[in-house]
Design a protein. Structure first.
Length: 159
């Protein structure tokens, strides 16, 4: 696959020269979310605690990298980690023991959405399209919306 990418890259460069910009996508490691982690677990020491308190998983140093923690509305803390694909399989099929708690693990999926054009996989700083309303896809800003939902009279009429 790598040879095919290099071949395609060279052919595009030969035929188009500097007219096209070639971006080769890099694969990203999967991210997992660990729910209800204890307050004593900090992002800088999380990997060591997960490895030592879960010896049955046979995890190694460097298999995971902590990204960030966040609090939920219910005042619980969740931890997001980036792992290798084989480590992901192990963690998804097991519960983690952290301090005196048993924590559940699930895939962490976040979708980037531009608030200017309502497009996906880019942010407003990388905005290249026309501005679009997220409600009607018209060419205006969301704050300029003059949409009205169905009137209650039309819903309640028996016509």
């Amino acid at each position: 696959m790598k040879k095919e990418i290099e071949l395609l890259n060279s052919q595009i460069h030969d035929k188009c020269g500097g007219q096209l910009e070639i971006n080769i996508q890099k694969r990203r490691n999967p991210r997992l979310i660990i729910y209800n982690v204890p307050d004593a677990l900090a992002p800088d020491n999380a990997e060591g605690i997960i490895i030592t308190q879960n010896p049955n998983l046979n995890l190694q140093e460097g298999d995971m990298q902590t990204k960030y923690t966040f609090k939920t509305r219910k005042n619980t803390r969740n931890l997001v980690i980036e792992v290798l694909p084989q480590t992901r399989r192990q963690l998804l099929h097991n519960k983690l023991k952290l301090e005196w708690m048993v924590c559940y693990v699930d895939d962490c999926v976040s979708v980037n959405r531009c608030f200017k054009c309502s497009g996906y996989n880019h942010r407003h700083t990388e905005f290249k399209n026309e501005e679009a309303c997220p409600i009607c896809a018209g060419k205006h800003k969301l704050k300029d919306v003059q949409h009205r939902g169905p009137s209650t009279n039309a819903l309640n009429s028996k016509d």
